[in-house]
Each structure stands twice: as C-alpha cells, then as structure tokens.
Design a protein around this ligand. Structure first.
Ligand code: ATP
Ligand code: MG
Length: 250
C-alpha cells in the first residue's frame, strides 16, 4: 500500500481531533475515505461524495494546547490558505476551491495521481519545465509559493502534469508604498528566487539525466538567504524532532 494511502500520521497526536466522518457542502454529503496527513496543525483527508466523487478536506485544528486557546490560529491558517487558493483559481494546475466547511476547514478538488514523495514511475521529460512555468505564473500573480522544498506538496497528475497544493505558507503581500513597499517587494523577490532554486533542486533529484553538468552544478547553488535559514533553521528543526521523539509523537 502506498504511503499516501496509509496516511502520514505520527505515532502520537499531540493536538487536534480525529477527522469528522462526514461533512456537507453545497447540499451534498461527503464521507471520510482516507486520512492523508494528521499533525499538530491540521488533518487532511480524502472524502467521497455523490457519484463517488473524491474531494480533499483540510481541517485546521482549533483545540487548545496545554491550556493555550488556539482557535484563532486554526481560523487564521484556514483563512490564509483559502485566500491563496482564491488568488490562483484561474490556474489549471491548482485544485479548484470547493468551499469552506465550518470555522477552519476547506474542501478542494481531488487530483488523481501521486505526490512527488510517493512517485515511483519516471517523471515525464517535460515535467520540470511545466513545473517551472507553473511557478512563474504563480509569481506573476504576486505570490511566492515558499513550500517547494517539500516534494509532497507537488502532485503528479495521472496524466503526468504538475499540480501545486498546500499554500499555507505562501506569501502574496498586499501592495504598499514607500520603504515598507520596497522591503516587501525585495522579500517577495527573494522567496520567488528560492522557489526557482527548489524547482532546479527537485529536477536534479528526480531527473538529473535531463540536465547538463553545468545545470546540475548551478542547481546546487543555494541563494545566500537559504544558507542563512539553514544555519538558524537546522538546529531548531533538530531540536523540534528530538522533542517530538521524546514525547512519542514521531
Ligand atoms: N487535492 C489533492 N489531491 C490529491 N492529493 C492531495 C490533495 N491535497 C492534498 N493531497 C495529499 O495530502 C497530503 C497532505 O496535504 P497538505 O500538504 O495540504 O497537508 P499539510 O498538513 O499542509 O502537510 P505539510 O504541512 O506536511 O506540508 C499531500 O502531500 C498530498 O499527498
Ligand atoms: Mg504539505
């Protein structure tokens, strides 16, 4: 059974209720089929509706943790991701947003295929050109995708096309002027550069045969701000992993 079908579920759940058995949207009832991902922030599942139609429901948790009220965080995260999906609804390679469910969940259309982490077959030759073109269109919408270092956020449709999901930490700043506007534009350009670096890196990991030696060498050139992030982020990530292992949630 593919990892995707088993779900990415930690040994112990630190926060958040298990997914609802069913939900209603637009007068139709959808029933839980598979848990895909369950963590501290959200639970993401596949449901089946009328005529066996598959949809994906991402439900951000609103439950408190260690007595801290966190309902606001669940709502905020759902609002943020829904806003990003809305901005990209004219793109074919982004799932359709089907609607909000309750305070902190939303449904989007299911994409038949795999995510890159589960992909076993060789990717089509034009996959990464299409992925780069897709990222550039996302950028043209005033957004940086940001989460491209996770291969499970890039789907490979059963027809071989790339599809992007998971826009939680994407960034599409509202226009502003003066020094604040300049700073935002500079940061946005940096994040967009990082997106393109990650496309090159994924191509090197999955289809290095399509790259010249020069392209492979270039794909290893990390932008300086990613090196800085690694310097600060890696020890923090190790600390988080150790903590999760210690409490039995990994
Ligand atoms: N519309 C979809 N079609 C097909 N598969 C999907 C869809 N949405 C999500 N998935 C699958 O569910 C997984 C989890 O979804 P998503 O990335 O949105 O959750 P997440 O909680 O943000 O995960 P993470 O925080 O680890 O990135 C994806 O990696 C993918 O395998
Ligand atoms: Mg994800």
């Amino acid at each position: 059974m593919a990892r995707k079908e088993q779900g990415r579920i930690p040994k112990r759940i630190l926060r958040g209720k298990p997914p609802r058995g069913e939900f209603t949207l637009g007068g139709h009832t959808y029933r839980l089929e598979t848990i895909l991902k369950f963590d501290f922030f959200a639970v993401t599942c596949r449901y089946r509706g009328p005529g066996g139609r598959a949809v994906c429901l991402k439900h951000y948790h609103t439950e408190p943790w260690l007595g801290w009220p966190l309902e606001w965080a669940g709502r905020l995260m759902a609002d943020r991701e829904v806003r990003h999906y809305r901005l990209l609804q004219d793109l074919e390679n982004v799932p359709r947003l089907l609607g909000r469910v309750g305070k902190s969940a939303f449904a989007h259309s299911w994409v038949d295929g795999n995510d890159l982490l589960d992909q076993k077959d060789r990717l089509p030759d034009d996959f990464f050109d299409r992925l780069e073109a897709l990222i550039r269109v996302v950028h043209a919408h005033g957004m940086a995708y940001v989460d491209m270092n996770k291969p499970d956020n890039v789907l490979v449709g059963s027809d071989g096309r790339p599809v992007l999901i998971d826009f939680q930490i994407s960034w599409a700043p509202a226009a502003s002027w003066g020094p604040v506007g300049r700073l935002k534009r500079r940061l946005l350009a940096m994040f967009q550069e990082a997106d393109l670096y990650h496309v090159r890196k994924l191509k090197r990991l999955y289809r290095p045969d399509l790259m010249t030696p020069e392209e492979r060498a270039r794909s290893k050139e990390r932008p300086w701000f990613l090196n800085l992030h690694r310097l600060i982020g890696a020890p923090l990530r190790d600390l988080r992993r150790k903590f999760l292992e210690w409490v039995g949630a990994r």
